[in-house]
Write a protein that binds this ligand. Structure first.
Ligand code: NCD
Length: 328
């Protein structure tokens, strides 16, 4: 595999292999010296056309832990037309000898174009494109779910396992969420059962064809005792009217959204004891998740961030070094 553009690029065995590789990477991150020589002499470019905190830092950390040279290119604010600027940027990166380009772009499909237009010889990793895909987020979520819910005595990290039989509920602004789209695909590939919960206005047209169930009623779904609940951020910046507080037209008021779809400690009690809470960040505390739910012992939100580094190390390693090198 040369690029990672979508969660759909991975079949079950490939996904498990990435997660297993990430588990080995995570083990090296517990050492005092965290840096591995694996990608010495390789250049990874972080090309971010859209805001990001954890994804950009996570990819940068992952590349550096593998000893790659990292160039951060923050393209936000560019007013050149999309196709042209992307092509010119790609040609520049090609001339600089980039081996991998990690791209986040507000236009769905931009990473696909970068990978397949013939401008660039580098591997392309999609770090989030519009409302389309965010495959490494889905991988780090799967990694986190597996560690908590698929650990066995023989394999405390769940190595070798998929997510067959787990019930994962994804709640909130599905319409604008590349995280939800990537997760529905990857969780299905790994054998989990997925239920999406959202107000009807935030369920995309066509979602009834996705491999998941859809509900408008959070409490009813929580009563089914799901193994995990993934809360999504309300993406006001993609809703229009953000200046006026955002979200106009999608739900009556933030308070009503919270009442029907917010996770608080009261709703948390409906989860089984082993149930965990995920959120990709950044959180709107008090809107889709209460502060005490976010900080509860069942929340694995901070751990997701740490796992993101291991997963991105695994993806960079597998795309750039393949199986040829030993790094353990
Ligand atoms: C997500 C994203 O950018 O799609 N965040 C992330 O990568 N950590 C989700 C979001 O912005 O709500």
């Amino acid at each position: 595999m040369r690029h990672l553009l979508s969660a759909a690029d991975l079949d079950r065995d490939q996904a498990v292999h990435v997660l297993d590789t990430a588990a080995a990477m995570a083990a090296t991150q517990a050492r005092e010296i965290k840096k591995l020589p694996t990608l010495r002499g390789r250049t990874v470019v972080n090309l971010f056309f859209e805001d990001s905190t954890r994804t950009r830092i996570s990819f940068e950390t992952a590349a550096k832990r593998l000893s790659a040279d990292v160039i951060n290119f923050s393209a936000k604010g560019s007013s050149v037309s999309k196709g042209e600027s992307l092509k010119d940027t790609a040609l520049t990166l090609q001339a600089m000898g980039a081996d991998a380009v990690v791209i986040r772009h507000q236009a769905s499909g931009a990473p696909h174009r970068l990978a397949h237009a013939g401008w660039l010889g580098a591997s392309v990793l999609n770090a989030g494109d519009g409302t389309h895909q965010h495959p490494t987020q889905a991988l780090l979520d799967a990694f986190t779910l597996r560690r908590h819910l698929r650990a066995s005595q023989a394999h405390p990290d769940g190595v070798g396992a998929d997510l067959a039989g787990l019930h994962v509920v994804i709640v909130g602004d599905v319409l604008h969420s590349r995280v939800a789209r990537s997760n529905v695909q990857l969780l299905h590939t790994l054998g989990a059962r997925v239920t999406l919960v959202a107000p009807p206005t935030l369920v995309p047209i066509g979602a009834e064809q996705w491999p998941c169930a859809i509900s408008y009623h959070l409490d009813e779904v929580l009563a089914q005792q799901p193994d995990a609940v993934m809360m999504l951020r309300v993406q006001r910046e993609r809703m229009g009217g953000a200046e006026a507080g955002g979200a106009t037209g999608f739900f009556p008021s933030p308070l009503e959204y919270t009442r029907s779809y917010g996770l608080d400690v009261h709703r948390l009690r409906a989860l089984p004891q082993h149930g965990i809470v995920l959120h990709p960040g950044p959180m709107n505390r008090g809107l889709e998740i209460s502060a005490d739910a976010a900080d509860s012992p069942q929340s694995v939100i901070v751990e997701q961030v740490a796992n993101g580094v291991a997963v991105r190390m695994a993806v960079l390693y597998l795309l750039l070094a393949g199986e040829k090198e030993t790094w353990a």
